[in-house]
Design a protein around this ligand. Structure first.
Ligand SMILES: NC(=O)C1=CN([C@@H]2O[C@H](COP(=O)(O)OP(=O)(O)OC[C@H]3O[C@@H](n4cnc5c(N)ncnc54)[C@H](O)[C@@H]3O)[C@@H](O)[C@H]2O)C=CC1
Ligand SMILES: N[C@@H](CC=O)C(=O)O
Ligand code: NA
Length: 445
């Protein structure tokens, strides 16, 4: 049988990895897929670089639309990125009856509803394993492996760039800007790295996992998004002293008590003894808590050329296997049938329940601590641990007279709205001398 014909749009970091992996493992892949998979055409704006990468025998063009217009092409692989031209090309490929494979989590988290509906209409697949946690087969695990379970929550380190930055800063004392440059050099970072460091990329990925886990539409606009740019060195140190690591986590949790779902990305204190707290560098890890199986942990490379290509090629194999199957028996994009998606709302952050780490820079005077603990008690917030340390440099602290000290508090789980009120009250005290640092803490048990 003639190999299935693939058209590659964009041959940068992930595209070049995809080409290499397919070529290197050609024979084994064919044995698994039941048919050869051949990249017949490549489109990239940089035609000369693309030609040098693929050699003779593969047609290289500058205009991606030439690939889509070619009736010989069965599957279009979009590895350009972004919401712009990539969105138009994916929609055009679907309209032309092509299956689509993409690593573009930004596109799917924002425009997934429109794209999946169009694909269903045309009876084609849109596969996106590479879009979440790169090479880790987490989409397959959620959509197929855990299908017997009611999923309770998912928490993951799902951005390699920020985990790499946090690890290098902590272990080697390197500064933020130089580590970010290194992450860019290694091909981990997004074209616009603010997507990484401001938590947007992680929010795209957790949005997709939330949809697949809970059977809700993709709704990136409802996610709470907080990155690592406001993290201060002092808090990383204090967290360590208390037995915690700070990780940028994407978290989504079913909240039956509220009839809703939490969807959030923020720096999070995790007990240092947890496996996930020890995930370093550009590695990713996702913990899924489900009712029947309990907790499962998925660990691996979430970024980089060949690790991401591994997931792209796996999707190509899946589609090749299903190519001639009845479209109505294919696995639905979001694991649940489109007409069975639930309207369960994403909860506002004020209703989220987590424990907190607080750091207050206060005047070193009698009675200050009592006022603070009194305010917390007034909101029903109970304290888990308390540290007092000489004041560390802190953002926004005006220079002033008199001795000052850092008070670090770990609380038990509390409702975010109550914590917001307590923080506002504490911040208004004249003895609180700098903006209060607040980080969320998860026990992940
Ligand atoms: N780099 C990584 O580790 C990972 C990347 N991704 C996603 O994979 C996608 C691709 O990322 P990278 O390979 O890192 O990007 P890249 O910037 O290395 O490659 C993009 C390629 O697309 C080409 N291109 C741009 N506009 C084009 C157009 N109009 N027509 C044809 N070619 C065009 C560029 O010349 C470049 O070669 C993105 O959606 C990204 O978010 C997903 C997981 C990991
Ligand atoms: N920029 C992303 C790449 C993979 O999705 C990351 O750093 O994880
Ligand atoms: Na994946």
């Amino acid at each position: 049988m003639k190999p299935i014909q693939v058209g590659l749009l964009g041959i940068g970091t992930v595209g070049s990895g995809t080409f290499k992996v397919l070529r290197r493992n050609q024979e084994e892949i064919q044995r698994r897929a039941g048919r050869g998979i051949e990249i017949a055409m490549v489109a990239d704006l940089d035609v000369a670089r693309a030609r040098a990468l693929v050699g003779d025998g593969v047609r290289v063009v500058a205009d991606a639309r030439e690939v889509i217009a070619n009736p010989e092409i069965d599957i279009v692989v979009e590895l350009i990125g972004g919401y712009g031209i990539a969105r138009a090309l994916v929609m055009e490929a679907i309209a032309a009856g092509k299956h689509v494979v993409t690593a573009n989590k930004a596109l799917l988290a924002v425009h997934g509803t429109e794209i999946f509906a169009a694909a269903r209409e045309q009876g084609v697949m849109v596969a996106f394993e590479a879009a979440v946690a790169g090479g880790i087969p987490i989409i397959k695990a959620l959509r197929e492996g855990l299908t017997a379970n009611r999923i309770e929550w998912i928490a993951g380190i799902i951005n390699g760039t920020t985990n790499f930055i946090l690890s290098e800063m902590r272990d080697k004392g390197l500064d933020f800007a130089s580590v970010l440059k290194e992450a860019q050099r290694l091909g981990y970072a997004e074209a616009d790295p603010t997507f990484d460091i401001e938590g947007v990329d992680a929010a795209h990925k957790v949005t997709l996992m939330s949809a697949i886990a809970f059977g809700i539409p993709v709704q990136f606009d409802k996610a709470h998004v907080e990155g690592i740019t406001a993290l201060q060195a002092a808090d990383i140190t204090y967290a360590e002293q208390l037995g915690y690591r700070i990780k940028l986590l994407g978290i989504t949790r079913r909240r039956d008590d509220k009839g809703g779902i939490e969807l959030r990305v923020h720096p999070t204190l995790v007990p240092a003894t947890r496996l996930i707290a020890n995930v370093e560098g550009a590695m990713n890890a996702v913990v899924v808590q489900a009712d029947a199986v309990g907790a499962t942990l998925y660990y691996g490379k979430g970024a980089g050329s060949e690790p991401t290509a591994s997931a792209v090629v796996a999707d190509l194999v899946d589609i090749t296997r299903l190519h001639s199957a009845d479209p109505h028996h294919r696995v639905p994009h979001l694991a649940f049938q489109p007409d069975a998606l639930a309207a369960t709302p994403i909860l506002p952050m004020a209703e989220v329940v987590t424990a907190f780490y607080l750091r207050l820079q206060v005047a070193d005077q009698a009675g200050v601590l009592a006022r603070i603990t009194g305010i917390l008690a007034g909101q029903g917030i109970s304290i888990d641990a308390l540290l007092q340390r000489p004041a560390a440099p802190t953002t926004g602290a005006p220079a002033g007279e008199g001795p000052r000290t850092d008070v670090i508090i770990l609380t038990h789980a509390t409702v975010e709205g109550e914590m917001n009120r307590a923080i506002a009250e504490m911040q208004a005290l004249p003895t609180v001398l700098a903006p209060i640092v607040r980080l969320r803490k998860e026990s992940l048990s």
